[in-house]
Design a protein around this ligand. Structure first.
Ligand code: ADP
Length: 367
């Protein structure tokens, strides 16, 4: 412009933005692909910014909840009893930048709560910084309901069976006492007793698993001589096995605070498993090691073992290694109960194993 402001010339530049346009087109295409994918899935999909703002929610959200604005729907849909758990999982995931999963009841537009499996993942840039969160809700109501019905049935059935079984157990003991050992009937009664004892063990396991499920497994905490308890347990189990020698090494010089009989149940479970899953071996090794703040107990057998991928699953309820299921009796809940008992004592339980070489089961307890 000149002094009076009138335009005298036009000056301009041309910048090559071809690369940017191409990049935008690629981004657009990937965005379209993501949305198409997200809209095709039966799940409810969401994406949030780092500060928690919902950036995208698939149409299934509105279809399910009848609520347009998903940021408002989140709390309104969540069952009030689940909300604190949801928040605490989400806060923990945000502060650790890690993926999470939980089960939650979400209300649909008819007002019915349905169980969902919630999963969320942080989306990171090349430098590892979280740029977004992405997640999905999968309806698992039918499966969950079936599981609950099964648990309820097992709980009621094992409860109902326990009373007549205890009566039978008592009378068989009396019968055995009243018969002389040479009597053939005594042999029959012994066989009945063995079968009833086995049945009793199964039912006790089922009841314990139900109690864990309902948070009703009670603990009677005392301070006791751990070493003595392990030795006693070994002696008891040794009586049941003719083919194996159970050898103990190491010691625990200190007293342990915990539930003696529940911890004995853990040692019994590991020992009976070690014997059961090593039918051709002749020994089982037990070691107690005092560490800084823990004691570590290991039970080693030289039996059938298992491949590595089973190791994190064998502590799940009802999980059994398929190849073992045909050959060995069991319900797949002993380790579930044991690891729960150890967790309740603030200890850890894990296993190492190799097929056809054997297994080592470990647990620690704080001193
Ligand atoms: P159960 O022995 O009644 O099936 P557990 O919960 O005690 O149940 O064990 C779960 C599964 O872990 C078993 O079915 C078996 O496949 C595997 N397992 C446990 N202990 C051993 C062991 N010492 N050696 C090999 N496999 C084992």
């Amino acid at each position: 412009r000149d002094e009076v402001g009138a335009i005298t010339k036009w000056i301009g530049t041309l910048t090559n933005i071809d690369e940017r346009k191409k990049a935008e087109a690629v981004l657009q295409e990937s965005e379209t692909r993501f949305r198409t994918l997200a809209e095709t899935l039966p799940q409810m999909i969401w994406m949030r910014t780092v500060d928690g703002k919902i950036e995208y929610a698939s149409e299934n959200w509105e279809r399910y909840s009848g609520i347009k604005d998903i940021s408002e729907a989140w709390k309104a849909m969540t069952h009030p009893d689940d909300w604190d758990m949801v928040m605490s999982v989400w806060e923990k995931a945000k502060s650790n930048n890690t993926a999470y999963r939980y089960e939650v009841r979400l209300k649909n537009k008819e007002g019915e709560y349905r169980w969902h499996n919630a999963a969320g993942e942080p989306l990171k840039d090349e430098g590892g910084n979280v740029i977004k969160w992405i997640g999905a809700m999968t309806d698992m109501h039918d499966q969950k309901t079936r599981e609950q019905q099964k648990d309820e049935f097992i709980s009621i059935a094992s409860h109902e069976m326990k009373t007549p079984l205890t009566t039978a157990k008592g009378f068989i003991e009396l019968l055995l006492r009243s018969l002389s050992e040479e009597n053939q009937t005594a042999l029959f009664a012994t066989k009945v007793k063995q079968a009833v004892d086995k049945l009793n063990d199964f039912i006790t396991e089922l009841l314990d698993a139900s109690k864990i499920q309902n948070g009703q497994l009670n603990y009677n905490i005392t301070t006791f001589d751990f070493n003595k308890m392990v030795e006693e347990t070994i002696e008891n189990i040794q009586l049941t096995s003719k083919n194996h020698i159970i050898q103990k090494t190491g010691n625990c010089s200190q007293q342990i605070t915990g539930d003696r009989s529940r911890l004995q149940q853990v040692v019994t479970n590991l020992l009976t498993n070690a014997l059961k899953y090593s039918p051709k071996a002749d020994k089982v090794l037990v070691n107690i090691e005092e560490q800084d703040r823990n004691i570590q107990v290991s039970v080693q057998d030289f039996g059938v073992g298992m491949s590595e991928h089973h190791l994190d699953k064998i502590f799940n309820r009802y999980y059994r290694v398929q190849e073992h299921a045909f050959l060995f009796q069991g319900l797949g809940i002993g380790l579930h109960i044991s690891s729960n008992i150890i967790q309740r004592h603030e200890g850890k339980m894990w296993a190492e194993s190799e097929p056809d070489k054997g297994s080592i089961f470990y647990f620690t307890l704080p001193l």
